[in-house]
Write a protein that binds this ligand. Sequence first.
Ligand SMILES: [Mg+2]
Length: 319
Amino acid sequence: MTAPNNHLTLGPGAEFDAVRATIARWGAIARGTGDDGAVLDVPAGLKIVVSTDTSVENVHFRRAWLTPEEIAYRAGAAAISDLAAMGATPLAMTVALTLPDNWREQSMALADGIAIIARDTSTPIVGGDLTTGSELSIGVTVLGTVLHPLVRSGAKTGDTLWVTGRLGGPLLALKSFERGQDPTPIHRQRFARPVPRLREAQWLAGRGATAAIDISDGVVSDAGHLAAASHTQISIDLDRLPLIDGASPEVAARSGEEYELLVTGPSTIDALEFEREFGIPLTVIGTVGKVGASGPGVVTRVAGASVPAPKGHDHFSVP
Ligand SMILES: [Mg+2]
């Protein structure tokens, strides 16, 4: 017996009652749940990209800072952003929720946050797991499809280094939260509701991008991952970093959980066309060069002169 949206009918019990309530809350974005595994149709000739991401209370967020919807939205957005970084189109997601007793009343709000990012990115929720535990944990696994994935090893000597959007908002929001203050609405929005750059990545892939990574650790740290994977030396001009209002270049360099894209590719990409299409800037911030004697890595510069790299993003320490 199959319920609407191809959900199987679940058996009796409190756990299944909670699952049923969640699936009902999700509505049409939840599909085909209730079997032992999800069955997906894969378009012929495309590759599957899989990524998983876990958000844990007091490691990745604090309860006082965000609404339950925002906490769950961010967990989903972080996972979907990895699909964007690969140039992939979302196919499906599964959600593993560890729900402590003191979060039980917020379970529907958490479900809503997952549904928002799922709907925003047209990613059906095809399965999940619900358990109790001592801390809230939201594990999101995403699957996507792509013809030619953007891999980190693709960066080539002579490429230009591009970044989407404006940097610094999440770190400024974090600093405000840690001081016990409310961030400005713009900084808060960048922290609480990051937007995976899915269409932007595909647009860039179609214009010759050679590699991409989403900025989760800070632009300098993430450039280091690109340099290591592609065995290159990446130079970043800190004075060219696109800044959110209120951010210094140092803040922009260190700010993590941005989920903007750092992309290598030709210098000829039309940044104005990009901005017209997506409403955010696309900025040249450096170059990809031949690996030096000290091995792959990142050189940071101001006015063309080397300066020490600003320290990367750290998750805040648990009290
Ligand atoms: Mg990533």
